[in-house]
Design a protein around this ligand. Structure first.
Ligand SMILES: *Cc1c(COP(=O)(O)O)cnc(C)c1O
Length: 409
């Protein structure tokens, strides 16, 4: 096979419309929310409105990253010292470090074999009288079982913050991901399906939470809606809640606004191609694809995951390298899933002095936890980045043929 010439789609992608928005900001004298009124609504405000409309939700607060979106969400719910928050063992480390960063303890639970998202039964077992919230993550190309998670949360009076960093545009039972719980926290980092290089978004239907989030993000200030003179500051003093500066710039919002126009179009191509891969890869002996709950109306793919029969001769690291070689892909495009939080070298809270001792714990406390499903994912699954799902049909066929070849169809 002549694979050295294959070129895979790039991500993120340039668009004329983002370019125009960017220039508009550059030429204006308003580069930040904390800048002065120049006669036009700032891009951050335009984007907030558009994204809230898109998600069919009342309120939207953009912020600097997905990590910060999670942390501000926790702060808005008054979660802090002495509290516990339940998070999945398999996710990007930010889901757990956000909890530590508000001085609360992340309590890890295992994920489901068929989705790699939080196992609701394990949530039940992890609840104590210190539990305040659950953070389900919609991981790679699956959604967590939100019906069961909300049922458990309501039973125990717990908040639910959805980590929707990988799931802009997924829909469950007619509702957008991020609006099923109390707060949704998105990331807009470079690899995500809606991106401005770095960035994050928080959404909620709760007015009190929104008002608090606004101040937490902008040094206890809020945006005024009243008509302004040229040169007036649009962020005005408030001070009900101690905030800090976590605002995105106008340049980031300019890009997000343009990217949002293409989100549904790209999501639908990715979903169609994921369905194709599910159909074709599951015909190969030893390959298992992931489950799509019947409640899902639309599935966003941040990553496309498949599992394989692993052995001492073939684990995910090895298979990933073989496939990258044969398909001429860099490590961005194809990789094993995350190491689970408790085994991930990037997760090392005992090294941070400012954490209270009862959340910092020690290395043994974290490393010796045990989550068999999350641990097996790293050995027996492969993730294809969503850029691959924008490839041509013959390229997708090549992926299927190459996997079939490795596993001896
Ligand atoms: C990317 C990501 C985050 C963190 O987002 P940043 O914008 O990189 O801070 C959190 N959770 C999950 C599941 C992610 O994929």
């Amino acid at each position: 096979m002549e694979t050295t010439k294959i070129k895979w789609p790039e991500w993120p992608q340039y668009t004329e419309s983002a370019n125009n928005n960017l220039l508009e900001v550059f030429k204006s004298n308003r580069w930040a929310l904390s800048g002065y009124w120049t006669g036009d609504q700032p891009m951050v405000q335009k984007f907030s409105k558009k994204f809230a409309e898109y998600c069919d939700v009342s309120y939207c607060v953009p912020t600097t990253s997905g990590s910060m979106a999670l942390m501000l969400a926790l702060e808005a719910l008054d979660i802090g010292e002495g509290d516990e928050v339940i998070v999945p063992a398999l996710t990007w480390i930010a889901t757990a470090t956000a909890v530590l960063n508000v001085n609360a303890l992340p309590v890890l639970v295992d994920v489901e074999e068929e989705t790699y998202c939080m196992n609701p039964e394990k949530i039940r077992e992890a609840i104590t009288d210190r539990t305040k919230a659950i953070i389900p993550v919609h991981l790679f190309g699956c959604m967590a079982n939100m019906d069961m998670i909300m049922e458990i949360a309501n039973e125990h009076g717990l908040y639910v913050i959805e980590d929707v960093a990988q799931s802009h545009g997924s829909k469950w039972n007619g509702k957008y991901a991020g609006t099923l719980g109390h707060i949704g926290a998105f990331s807009c980092q470079q690899g995500k399906v809606l991106t401005s290089g770095e960035g994050g978004i928080i959404i909620t239907n709760d007015q009190y939470i929104y008002q608090k989030l606004e101040q937490l993000r902008a040094d206890s200030r809020v945006m005024t809606e009243t008509p302004l003179r040229h040169g007036d500051m649009q962020l005005v003093m408030k001070g009900d809640f101690q905030g800090s500066n976590h605002c995105i710039s106008e340049f980031q919002a300019a890009i997000l606004l343009a990217q949002l126009e293409r989100l549904d179009f790209l999501n639908s191509i990715r979903e169609k191609n994921a369905d194709f891969l599910n159909r074709e890869l599951s015909k190969i002996p030893g390959i298992v694809t992931m489950k799509k709950f019947s409640q899902i109306d639309r599935q966003t793919y941040y990553g496309y995951v498949f599992k394989f029969n692993h052995s001492e001769h073939m684990d995910a690291q090895r298979l990933a390298e073989i496939l990258r070689q044969r398909l001429n892909m860099g490590t961005f495009y194809l990789y094993p899933p995350y190491l689970p939080i408790h085994k991930n070298p990037l997760f090392c809270p005992w090294t941070k002095n400012r954490y209270p001792k009862n959340i910092r714990m020690n290395e043994e406390y974290w490393r010796e936890q045990n989550f068999p499903v999350a641990e097996s994912a790293f050995a027996n699954s492969i993730v294809l980045h969503h850029a691959i799902l924008l490839a041509e049909p013959h390229q997708l066929n090549m992926i299927v043929d190459t996997v079939a070849d490795v596993f001896g169809r």
